[in-house]
Design a protein. Structure first.
Ligand SMILES: Nc1ncnc2c1ncn2[C@@H]1O[C@H](COP(=O)(O)OP(=O)(O)OP(=O)(O)O)[C@@H](O)[C@H]1O
Length: 807
């Protein structure tokens, strides 16, 4: 995730370094005795005053001018070498095997210590790189970096549109702000106008009578220089004559305008002229400290991140190893100058020996407090490509949880191709985060309310905009969060009830069965058509082959896997689909709020390719979603807070784990996008199953669930029940399905139930029963045995009937 500049290979030796140390020397044991620092010298220097940096170290030093420098021991570097800081192989000390450091290029200004008399003997030629960004560095690139000929934002249509929108909004806001305050401004101008009149008269008087020349004339008098005095007086008289004429003419002109305005008789013109005059005099009388017009937009000041702030924050974490390090007078090491990266600052910190990035991540809150920044601005990460103590600290200008969500690129227009990256969200630096769904499976996990469904919805929306993709969507919470997709989904189900879960299982059975067909289809294709033995965009486009992308998304999948009856089979099916479906164009997306071994089969959690983990409470859940050892490696979704909605670690979508916030698309936004997807699918002729109103196997199963539901509401020992009683109980069981039935009168209820039971071969009849007041009556009803037998029969038929071919 974090892109590092190139490093030079640092030579390694056994000596004590000037400050905190970089990788190779981190394994060098600390000497027992610290040489006592000479007065006024760096405490890291030896008794002789010689600075002895540990080779391969990068450390910092405060110079007399207050700048902080990264010190790099590079004994062999010549001025020519310095910009890339590559050591001279001939003179560089031998490297301890296995302790080499990746080559690194420092982008910041390099200061040759030969120009610093104090540092002449620093570590045999230590070179310094300023760590702190200059004051003006908001957000200048590092020196040596070539600026793009055409700025990046000019090349991005999205950025141009974004900037234009911002300017237009800004302009509109500024206009409205000042328009509302016009009466206030007018009042202020009127109040200032007497002072303005006095100032104008005084300034005119000084100009006409050349009062500035008075001191010169007085000097000529004091010097008893009549000639010079006369010359000055003549000059002044000439000036006064000319200027008086100008002023008289101006006054006449003004009076003329006044008379004309007066004679015009137009009140509007008169008032406008008066207002202009008062405004002009008011402006002349304004007080510099109290401007008449205040700013409509206050520019946000971005706080600079400095090495001192980072050091102080790390020192405030209460970590013994850091405190000891600082107490010895050592400085925190910086592997590179602090730079701007996106809308924030990036510091590459080498933590003191023995401190692990995880130690810092665990104390993100304390770190934010130490930096005096909101928690949502502070994002510590590890850099496994360097070493366990390399901390990449990114400090944003704005709290990520408060930042306005950026629009999803496909929200307004466009379609998607699941073989290509689809937009998923944005990282904390504002960069678009994409995922390639094809040949991948996805697991989303988090505690309730962290943003799983929103994240899943973004992915399903992307899949929806690929008209060739078939969608099988199950939301097992019953909240209707995926209901906008009903119009385009091949299979759709919502609810935690047994019926929906069974439908979901059946859909998985179909998909699992379809894997065989897909595999056979691919195996039978000529090698030149399918060289890699997997679905290609061309093959997916040939509808007749049935190799189109098949997206199965299950929200709250713990309801399925933890189901006492269906869970085991579902786990086996999902594991098989994840393992075999990838190459065959089947994409499984699972979201769960209970990532534990009972609710998430290990076969699934171990094999899934892309993982998105929002806020979780502990290491087990973290590793269950993100993969084994993730927590140990510093990838900790436990660091997210309740405010970090939609923010999580995304692993497997790119080479490195990313922190991403899923695009914010609520149900309303989803409905609009789905309407576009529907049109695309209609044109492509790919509206099938539930979306096309076909009676799919799932629908048939929905019918099955009716008889199961009726059987479920029978009470033990009941032999016959009135239809109206059954309908009332059904409405209680599932109000969303049977609620309407119960609104009818007893006869209506009986007719409704009779019609619904007919397909199952169950007839209603007159049944003798008791009214609530104890009286008995004959009403339409069913025999409990008929219902139980029909339910049993129907289940057996379905189980032995096999699945339907997904079309
Ligand atoms: N990307 C996002 N950006 C901003 N807010 C978000 C984002 N994603 C989710 N949220 C907020 O978080 C709330 C909860 O989201 P969501 O319903 O997806 O959570 P969940 O984890 O699925 O919850 P549950 O487990 O209870 O179903 C949403 O109502 C929304 O306001």
């Amino acid at each position: 995730m974090s892109t590092q500049p190139e490093h030079p290979e640092y030579p390694v030796d056994e000596r004590e370094g000037p400050a905190s140390v970089n990788t190779p020397a981190e394994h060098t044991p600390e000497p027992d005795h610290e040489p006592s620092p000479a007065p006024g010298r760096d405490p890291e220097r030896g008794a002789s005053g010689e600075r002895s940096p540990r080779d391969g170290e990068v450390s910092t030093e405060r110079r007399d001018d207050g700048s902080l420098y990264v010190l790099r021991p590079d004994s062999a570097a010549t001025p020519d070498d310095i910009p890339t800081m590559r050591p001279n192989p001939d003179t560089a000390p031998d490297t301890v095997p296995g302790t080499e450091v990746e080559p690194r290029v420092f982008d910041a200004e390099i200061v040759d210590d030969s120009t610093e008399p104090d540092d002449a003997d620093d570590g045999e030629g230590a070179k310094s790189v300023p760590v702190d960004p200059p004051d003006s560095a908001v957000p200048a690139g590092p020196s040596g970096e070539r600026h793009a000929v055409v700025p990046a934002w000019v090349r991005s249509r999205e950025e141009i549109a974004q900037r234009t929108r911002w300017w237009v909004a800004n302009l509109a806001h500024t206009g409205a702000y000042h328009a509302v305050r016009t009466p206030l401004y007018a009042g202020k101008l009127v109040a200032h106008s007497p002072r303005g009149t006095a100032r104008t008269v005084a300034a005119t008087y000084r100009w006409v009578f050349d009062t500035e020349g008075k001191p010169l004339r007085s000097e000529a008098v004091a010097a008893r220089d009549p000639q010079h005095y006369l010359k000055l007086v003549q000059q002044r008289d000439a000036h006064v004559r000319k200027r008086l004429t100008v002023v008289m003419l101006a006054l006449l002109a003004l009076a003329g305008v006044g008379v004309l305005v007066w004679l015009s008789g137009d009140l509007l013109v008169q008032l406008a002229t008066l207002a202009a005059a008062v405004a002009a005099l008011g402006a002349a009388g304004r007080i510099p400290d109290k401007p008449v017009v205040g700013p409509a937009v206050v520019k946000q000041q971005v706080t600079k991140l400095t090495s001192d702030a980072v050091t102080a924050a790390l020192g405030s974490l209460g970590l013994a190893a850091i405190n000891q390090h600082l107490a010895k007078g050592k400085r925190i090491g910086f592997a590179a100058p602090i730079t701007r990266e996106g809308p924030g600052w990036r510091a590459d910190v080498d933590l003191p020996l023995g401190v692990h990035v995880g130690d810092i991540m665990d104390r993100r809150k304390a770190l934010a407090s130490g930096l005096r920044r909101p928690l949502g601005c502070v994002w510590p990460e590890g850099d496994p490509s360097a070493h366990e103590g390399r901390l990449v600290l990114w400090v944003g200008d704005e709290d990520l949880s408060k930042a306005k969500p950026k629009p999803w690129p496909l929200a307004k227009h466009g379609s998607a191709d699941l073989f290509q990256p689809v937009p998923f969200g944005f990282d904390q630096r504002g960069r678009l985060v994409t995922v390639v769904l094809m040949f991948a499976n996805l697991l989303i996990g988090a505690m309730p309310g962290a943003g799983k469904t929103f994240a899943l919805r973004v992915l399903v929306l992307a899949a929806a905009l690929d008209a060739s993709a078939q969608l099988r969507l199950y939301e097992l919470k019953g909240s209707g969060d995926l209901s906008p997709f009903e119009t385009i989904a091949h299979h759709y189900g919502s609810g935690p009830d047994d019926g929906t879960i069974e439908n979901c299982l059946h859909s998985l059975r179909e998909v699992h069965k379809d894997l065989e067909r897909r595999a056979k289809t691919i195996a039978n294709l000529p090698r030149e058509v399918c060289p890699e033995n997997k679905v290609t965009p061309e093959l997916a486009a040939r509808r007749s082959l049935g190799l189109f992308p098949l997206v199965v998304a299950i929200d709250e999948c713990q309801e399925l896997f933890a189901h006492p009856e269906f869970g085991k089979e579902a786990a086996e099916l999902c594991t098989a689909i994840i393992k075999r479906g990838r190459a065959l164009g089947v994409i499984l997306i699972l979201a769960t709020q209970r990532p534990d071994k009972d609710s998430l089969p290990t076969g699934v959690s171990a094999n899934v390719g892309i993982r998105f983990c929002l806020r979780v409470m502990g290491q087990t859940e973290n590793d269950m979603v993100l993969g084994t050892s993730s927590y140990k490696n510093g990838i900790r979704a436990t660091t997210f807070t309740a405010k970090d909605k939609g923010i999580g670690y995304l692993v497997g979508a790119s080479d490195d784990p990313q922190i991403a916030r899923s695009a914010y698309l609520d149900n309303q936004a989803a409905e609009k996008i789905v309407a576009r997807a529907h049109a695309l699918r209609q044109r492509a002729g790919t509206l099938t199953g539930h979306a096309a109103g076909e009676t799919t196997e799932a629908d048939r199963r929905a019918a099955v669930s009716l008889i199961a539901d009726v059987a479920a509401v029978l009470r033990p020992g009941e032999t016959k029940v009135w239809s109206e009683t059954i309908v009332d109980r059904l409405a209680e069981l599932r109000p969303e399905v049977y609620g309407e039935w119960a609104t009818q009168d007893p006869r209506g209820k009986a007719n409704q139930l009779a019609a619904a039971l007919k397909p199952f071969g169950v007839d209603t009849m007159q049944v003798h029963g008791k009214l609530p007041d104890g009286r008995t009556a004959n009403r339409r009803g069913v025999l409990a045995d008929d219902i139980r037998n029909a339910a049993h029969r129907t289940r057996r038929t379905t189980e032995t009937g096999g699945g339907e071919h997904p079309a």
